[in-house]
Write a protein that binds this ligand. Structure first.
Ligand code: B12
Ligand code: SF4
Length: 634
């Protein structure tokens, strides 16, 4: 009799634009493939079981259930982005195949999962390879346990790679039009213990290495698969083992230089070392932005979330390094951390603005992960953490559901909506302030020139600038009305009134983008008025700033490319007459066709940015220089 295993790791798939075309991109189900890679080395397991399918894509539940072939074991790899879907599918599988053992694992699972969902037969806590092999053995002998938990695997060389074993051949080859993100690991564990985090129960723990031979084999495999588009490195602190990780980076780079890979996604070590300056260019192909997660810059918060950020000097060094190497970078922040106040958040949001070549800052509203320290009752009580179960997309990410209209299953995040130092309405203010700063500088750029001018020419801090601009925007009849609507939508959310599966902050962002963009002339005027009020400068200067500002964001009335003479040098903000050639990738027609339909707005989000460029026309004194400017997206 067949003993068929199904192993699933449903990801958030989405449309991407790559290699001049659009395609669906998804993550290969690496974690569950690791389980079978290990267990199938044992003859008694390989002889007894067959893995019928590795599943990665959320499909209508019935489609999956209807094609099952007498499943004996169905494993679910659970994360915050697929848990509700896993529950719904596993229930249906159990109903149709009562003898099939439902096994849950992954970072979103704990003992409570079993209590709350009695149709689950077993759970595996933390690392799964050895436990899963044990579970398969126990099933053979009719001795299945409810919970499998054991000490960490200290010798990771016992784990074979699912790539080298060809476990992904079927899924890749049978979906030739899809692009894949491929996960690799060079170590497991993290020495830090940030209270909001749960790195699969491997935080605050020793880091064990995985051999470079395995890595080389994996990269060699990827070179043979043209649809592998991205590599994700699962290490919590890549670069922590300085020389070794530099070697690892060189191996990974081969996937770009000799293979199909275009992007690499990873988290760098939290302490910078000299090797990282060699590693970053290797893993930032084409100057692709790298990420330095800061979470907050508020000392009191950092202390209680048990996190130490990079020292300010290292950040400054990093900025210079990024600028010198033409690599952009971004910071990530979390809104709603304990002991953050409205005032401290406003500071955090504006602190890095003047540093230079940021691609953007990303803001996530704090979510409580079930196995993190922050999820504990005493921690919540101590910091007055209030939460609401919000639709998952609230933190971006795209695609909450299982895919068909009658089969929508939204994923939810337990999301922080207030703490003892930040009320819900202050959190909303902070949320809007964050998007204001992002859209006005990194995003559309409504106030980019005015803020730069304020800081570099008149020594006015970004914090002062944006607080005054915020005040003026709320006071303005049109812009203020739109902001109020934004506020109301967010309060609806924080009061837990938004339950529709399709709703998300990305949707909200899109809804707001258009009306704000329509008000762009007014918004730009407000930012220039802000500059005038704070600096006391003359009207002619303000007119120059406004003219430069208007040319900085996409101007439908201009046919590209065109030349523009500014009274300011954009690099130094000295009052020097400077000529620019301004160009954009898109024609006005393409811009209009693309921007107003919701589908393409989402697409533009995925694609990140349309890029406009300001090219300074060289004079005897200046060399030709290109300043790439991230510009208008929906
Ligand atoms: C790659 C990755 C992503 C990818 C997506 C990967 C995918 N497959 O879809 C991207 C970049 C999109 C991503 C995004 C996010 N991620 Co992420 N991500 C990771 C990362 C770095 C690697 C995952 C991995 O492959 N690990 C290696 C494997 C071997 O470990 P593992 O998955 O834990 O699997 C082992 C065990 O858990 C167990 N196991 C797993 N599945 C199963 C199943 C069965 C049946 C059994 C028996 C055992 C078992 O055995 C495995 C082998 O030992 C992890 C951190 C980490 N290193 O784990 C975070 C992590 C999974 N992400 C996390 C989070 C919170 C997010 C975000 C929500 C962050 C944010 N605020 O936006 C977003 C979500 C975006 C979205 N909409 O999808 C959390 C998840 C916590 C949770 N409870 O779900 C993690 C753990 C990191 C963290 N602490 O923040 N992420
Ligand atoms: S956030 Fe990063 S550094 Fe902090 S515990 Fe999690 S993995 Fe480690």
């Amino acid at each position: 009799m067949a003993h068929n295993i199904y192993l699933s790791q449903f990801c958030q798939s989405g449309l991407i634009s790559a290699r001049g075309t659009s395609a669906i991109k998804a993550w290969l189900p690496y974690s569950v493939a690791c389980l079978w890679a290990y267990a199938s080395q044992f003859k008694e397991i390989a002889d007894y079981y067959t893995v019928k399918e590795l599943l990665a894509l959320k499909e209508p539940i019935d489609d999956i259930v209807n094609r099952l072939d007498n499943p004996s074991i169905f494993g679910f790899s659970c994360y915050v982005w697929n848990f509700n879907y896993c529950i719904a599918l596993s229930k249906k599988v159990k109903e149709n195949y009562p003898n099939c053992k439902i096994v849950f694992g992954g970072p979103h699972v704990n003992k409570q999962t079993l209590d709350e969902h009695p149709h689950i037969d077993s759970i595996i806590i933390a690392e799964g390879e050895i436990n899963f092999k044990q579970l398969l053995e126990d099933c053979i002998f009719g001795n299945l346990q409810k919970i499998y938990e054991r000490e960490r695997i200290t010798d990771l060389t016992i784990l074979p790679s699912p790539y080298s074993m060809g476990l992904f051949d079927q899924i890749i080859d049978s979906n030739p039009t899809m692009y894949w993100s491929a996960m690799i690991e060079t170590n497991r564990g993290c020495p830090y213990g940030c209270t909001f985090c749960d790195w699969g129960s491997l935080t605050a723990s020793k880091v064990f290495k995985i051999g470079l031979d395995r890595l080389q084999d994996e990269i060699d495999y990827m070179k043979t698969k043209p649809t592998i588009y991205e590599i994700g490195i699962g290490d919590a602190n890549f670069g922590i083992f300085k020389e070794r990780d530099l070697e690892a980076a060189k191996i990974i780079r081969q996937a770009i230089d000799q293979g199909p890979v275009e992007r690499i996604f990873l988290s760098y070590a939290k302490k910078f070392n000299e090797e990282l300056y060699e590693i970053i260019p290797l893993l930032s192909p084409g100057g692709m932005a790298f990420n330095v997660s800061l979470q907050t810059q508020t000392e009191a918060s950092l202390k209680v979330i048990k996190r130490k950020n990079l020292p300010k000097e290292d950040i400054a060094k990093l900025v210079n390094f990024a600028n010198d190497n033409n690599i952009s970078y971004e910071h990530e922040y979390i809104l709603g951390l304990p002991l953050e106040t409205k005032e401290s958040w406003y500071e955090t949001m504006t602190l890095n603005l003047h540093e230079g070549k940021h691609k953007t800052v990303d803001v996530f509203v704090c979510a409580i992960l079930p196995n993190s320290e922050m999820a504990k009752e005493e921690y919540r009580t101590k910091y007055g953490i209030k939460t609401v179960n919000a639709n998952f997309d609230i933190n971006g990410g795209g695609g909450t559901t299982s895919g068909t209209n009658d089969n929508l299953i939204s994923e939810t995040h337990e999301t922080v909506i207030g703490t003892s130092t930040m009320s819900s309405s202050e959190l909303i203010d902070c949320w809007i302030f964050s998007y204001l700063v992002i859209n006005h500088t990194y995003g559309v750029g409504y106030s980019y020139i005015a803020t730069q001018m304020a800081h570099k020419h008149f020594n006015i801090s970004e914090l002062t600038f944006f607080k005054e601009l915020e005040r003026r925007m709320y006071a303005d009849s049109d812009v203020g009305k739109q902001l109020q609507l934004y506020q109301e939508n967010l309060s609806n959310f924080t009061e837990g009134n938004v339950t529709e599966a399709w709703w998300s902050d990305s949707i909200l962002e899109m809804q707001n983008y258009k009306p704000f963009f329509k008000l762009k002339n007014k918004i730009m005027q407000l930012s220039v008025d802000t500059l005038g009020a704070l600096s006391g400068c003359d009207q002619q200067t303000l007119d120059n700033v406004l003219a430069l500002q208007k040319n900085y964001i996409f101007d439908l009335s201009q046919s590209n490319s065109f030349e523009f003479t500014s009274q300011f040098d954009l690099d130094t903000f000295a009052q020097t007459e400077t000529k620019y050639k301004i160009d954009t990738k898109l024609t006005s027609k393409e811009f209009i066709t693309n921007r107003w339909s919701p589908g393409s707005m989402a697409q533009l989000h995925v694609d990140q940015k349309l890029v406009n460029s300001f090219v300074k026309i060289p004079t005897a004194r200046t060399k030709l220089e290109q300043i790439s400017i991230d510009l208008v997206t929906e």
